[in-house]
Write a protein that binds this ligand. Structure first.
Ligand SMILES: *[C@@H]1O[C@H](CO)[C@@H](O)[C@H](O)[C@H]1NC(C)=O
Ligand SMILES: *[C@@H]1O[C@H](CO)[C@@H](O)[C@H](O)[C@H]1NC(C)=O
Ligand SMILES: *[C@@H]1O[C@H](CO)[C@@H](O)[C@H](O)[C@H]1NC(C)=O
Ligand SMILES: *[C@@H]1O[C@H](CO)[C@@H](O)[C@H](O)[C@H]1NC(C)=O
Ligand SMILES: *[C@@H]1O[C@H](CO)[C@@H](O)[C@H](O)[C@H]1NC(C)=O
Ligand SMILES: *[C@@H]1O[C@H](CO)[C@@H](O)[C@H](O)[C@H]1NC(C)=O
Ligand SMILES: *[C@@H]1O[C@H](CO)[C@@H](O)[C@H](O)[C@H]1NC(C)=O
Ligand SMILES: *[C@@H]1O[C@H](CO)[C@@H](O)[C@H](O)[C@H]1NC(C)=O
Length: 301
């Protein structure tokens, strides 16, 4: 079920010195029929991708048949909605169900265990190198970013310790945190604030421990953030408007260094959400509105 689309490769240096690139080659891994929406992507060590899927509003059938094929807004909050997902080095998978909380499931799958239900909008997860699980509660008031857009700053960053099963609230006052990425030395974590067009940096250790500062500004539509494989950069999906998709490479001091146009099979898709590097030249691309997982080959990014 693979299909390839070749897109012309072009690179040029802009006066701003932000490198502007395009995807060289895409392949598409089609999802099963009637399934769409791999919004967030993770891996099992040494094996293929795990991508979460849902129907177009992101809701899916956690509540019997009630939720199947039903995108009625009245079901908002009733049906499950799987969002952020991450795998620890032993293959244990942690994921957010927006309305139900943080879940865990072992490497061989099976029913998931609810680890922490006290969330209003669980939406992003990342795991540090010693296995601590960081996650966000996008808001404590709104499950709809369009409404939160007015002025909501009730989002939180939390940490789950798998040894003690304790959860600690690390930061409050966040404006729709939708993506997080730990630094490779576990000393800080980046947090995208979708409605503020910014990325924040929260210090986990060091002299600025427990403080937040702005890492990057003026990034409209930045929904998620991923660390590069070598730990030196971050990749941020940016949708400045519908049907307009870019992937930014931002260095560890917050400067945008390259701006990749994500076109190809995404040209007719309103937004994309995730771009996980899998090798120095390949990314898995996820969109809640796509019926496929994109595999993009990009040189010089
Ligand atoms: C998916 O749909 C296509 C087109 O309708 C059909 O040819 C194919 O057999 C379907 N695949 C499965 C697994 O149902
Ligand atoms: C399933 O939906 C019903 C309302 O239709 C709701 O009361 C119930 O809490 C839901 N169950 C779960 C597990 O979310
Ligand atoms: C959803 O709808 C499609 C076609 O509209 C149908 O083929 C599919 O079986 C439905 N899925 C469920 C779970 O009802
Ligand atoms: C979210 O809020 C917007 C603005 O009020 C509204 O148009 C949209 O229908 C809402 N979405 C859901 C799923 O309720
Ligand atoms: C992965 O998570 C599971 C479940 O919490 C835990 O038992 C295991 O020790 C974790 N592995 C690592 C390497 O942290
Ligand atoms: C923020 O939003 C809430 C809920 O919509 C509203 O009650 C409040 O007046 C708003 N505050 C400002 C400063 O806009
Ligand atoms: C990030 O990029 C800026 C501007 O190009 C540069 O001044 C800075 O040194 C870079 N940071 C690192 C850690 O390389
Ligand atoms: C990336 O390029 C697009 C198209 O030129 C632009 O709309 C967007 O603002 C750029 N992003 C940044 C952070 O410069």
């Amino acid at each position: 079920m693979k299909m390839s689309v070749v897109v012309v490769f072009a690179a040029l240096l802009l006066p701003s010195a932000v490198l502007s690139l395009e995807v060289s080659v895409y392949s598409m891994v089609m999802l099963p029929n009637n399934t769409i929406g791999p919004a967030y992507i993770t891996f099992l060590p040494g094996s293929p991708v795990v991508a979460l899927t849902g129907i177009s509003n992101g809701d899916y059938g956690w509540n019997g048949t009630l939720c199947d094929n039903n995108t009625s807004p009245s079901l908002f909050g009733t049906c499950g909605r799987a969002l952020g997902i991450a795998t620890n080095t032993s293959g244990f998978i942690y994921f957010c169900d927006a309305y139900k909380g943080l879940f865990g499931v072992g490497p061989s799958g099976g029913p998931a265990t609810l680890l922490f239900p006290y969330l209003f909008f669980c939406n992003a997860v990342d795991i540090d190198s010693i296995g601590m699980v960081y996650f966000t509660d996008g808001s404590q008031k709104y499950r709809n970013n369009s409404l939160a857009r007015i002025n909501d700053t009730s989002g939180r960053l939390l940490r789950y310790d798998p040894n003690t099963r304790d959860v600690t609230v690390l930061a409050t006052g966040l404006a729709t945190p939708t993506g997080i990425a730990l630094s490779s030395d576990n000393s800080y974590i980046l947090i995208t604030q979708l409605i503020k067009d910014t990325i924040l940096k929260f210090y986990i250790t060091g002299p600025k421990v427990d403080s937040l500062e702005v890492f990057a500004r003026n990034i409209p539509g930045a929904s998620n953030v991923r660390r590069s494989l070598d730990g030196s950069n971050y990749y941020v999906p940016q949708n400045p408007k519908p049907y307009s998709h870019f992937l930014l490479r931002i260095n560890s001091t917050g400067n945008v260094q390259a701006n990749l146009s994500i076109a190809g099979p995404y040209s007719n898709i309103a937004y994309f959400r995730d771009a996980r590097p899998v090798s120095p030249t390949a990314f898995y691309i996820g969109s809640q509105y796509a019926n496929f997982l994109g595999v993009a080959t990009i040189f010089g990014f």
